[in-house]
Design a protein around this ligand. Structure first.
Ligand code: NAD
Length: 358
């Protein structure tokens, strides 16, 4: 393969500035291995963009994202900007990018590295071997539906939010789930609350109809309350979990915590022409600038970029197996450290991953 991909690199704030340059080293290494040429261009988003330009998502950064093939993002936010109005907070950059890039599907894998089995709060026998992807609809549902707000009525206040989904919104996210399942273990569990909510009844009906075109995939349906229980009881039953915005928000955090460490988990947001890849954690101001951040979530996010934006599944597989070997050899950043292992910083962890890749 010989092609050039333009990648917008947004380190953001806090540890984002430390982990993104490390992930870029891995990106270049995998690119070189598979003859994928990368043209990387860096710009400011979040708090650092507020400091420089007064806004969290400057026009120039947005233009760069829109003209790229993929975006690699670190994290945004920090105490310095917490007093600002919500409309100009660093986190607005994420919402702006999701909206403008049309990223309606959020993919969050929760896979347990067996060397880290002790980091989970659940029993080894329950979590060993889990490998789940939660696919969350990201731009619809109750977080965006109207009417919304708080109104005064009969001498008291009333808060309103509205769960809304259209056929086409459900169809497109269902297609993403079935396509992702095709590259995994071919099982989709669609999660809803169809016993109570009409919008969920529609969700279930549309997902079932879309499934007609994906007969090679096994489809099941589950109520969200049962799913949250099953994730703790028997998480190995799941391959791909497909769900709406709010249920996905909650279930993806639950699934992530099965694996025990926030510093290990990547994510992909896709749907438009440009995919966005970022760790699930934030800017960790408490450890920023100390070479203590775990770069693995961001490095695995680079793997997801190769898989979902460049169609190179082997790029992800190579990175994941290098990470597995590094963990098996006992290398740990502080967040996943336990006695008897080798404590390393952000840069050294990346060095050993690159060494394994080579
Ligand atoms: P956080 O994820 O930044 O940190 C939570 C805890 O996990 C901290 O103790 C931190 O040190 C640790 N941690 C996180 N990532 C780590 C890593 N890679 N290696 C080692 N330890 C790690 O969440 P928070 O403290 O609630 O938020 C801090 C800031 O980040 C806030 O401004 C918040 O709004 C922002 N935030 C941004 C994003 C994003 O950019 N996508 C997501 C969540 C939070």
């Amino acid at each position: 393969m010989s092609s050039t991909y333009k990648i917008a690199v947004f380190p953001g704030d806090g540890i984002g500035k430390e982990i993104v340059p490390q992930a870029v080293r891995v990106l270049r290494a995998i690119g070189a291995r598979y003859d994928v040429k990368v043209d990387l261009q860096e710009a400011l988003v979040g708090g650092s963009a507020i400091d420089e330009f007064g806004v969290p998502l400057p026009e120039e950064s947005l233009r760069l994202a829109l003209s790229s093939d993929a975006v690699l993002l670190g994290a945004v936010g920090g105490p310095k900007w917490e007093g600002l109005d919500y409309s100009v907070r660093p986190e607005r950059a994420l919402l702006g990018l999701r909206e403008k890039l049309g990223l309606f599907a959020n993919l969050r894998p929760a896979k347990l590295f067996s060397a880290l089995v002790d980091a989970s709060t659940l029993k080894q026998s329950v979590i060993e071997g889990i490998d789940i992807v939660v696919i969350r609809e990201l731009t619809g549902g109750i977080y965006f539906g109207r009417p919304r707000g708080v109104e005064k009525i009969d001498g008291q206040e009333r808060g309103i939010n509205t769960e809304v989904y259209t056929t086409s919104e459900i169809e497109r996210i269902a297609c993403v789930a079935f396509e992702v399942a095709r590259r995994r273990h071919r099982k989709v569990c669609s999660v809803d609350k169809a016993n109570v909510l009409e919008s969920s009844e529609l969700w279930r009906r549309v997902v079932t109809a879309v499934h007609e075109d994906y007969q090679d995939i096994e489809l099941s349906h589950m109520y969200v309350d049962n799913c949250s229980m099953q994730l703790i009881r028997n998480p190995r039953q799941f391959d791909v979990i497909l769900t709406n915005n709010m249920f996905g928000d909650i279930l993806s955090d639950e699934a992530a915590m099965l694996t025990g460490s926030i510093g290990m988990l990547p994510s992909a947001s896709i749907g438009g022409d440009v995919g966005m890849y970022e760790p699930i954690h934030g800017s960790a101001p408490d450890i920023a600038g100390q070479d203590r951040a775990n770069p693995i979530a961001t490095i695995l996010s680079v793997g997801m970029m190769f898989k979902y934006s460049f169609g190179l599944d082997i790029g992800y597989d190579d990175i994941e197996s290098a990470v597995t070997r590094v963990l098996d050899r006992g290398y740990r950043t502080a967040d996943i450290y336990s006695p008897g292992n080798k404590l390393v910083g952000t840069g050294e962890m990346t060095d050993v991953i690159l060494h394994e890749l080579a």
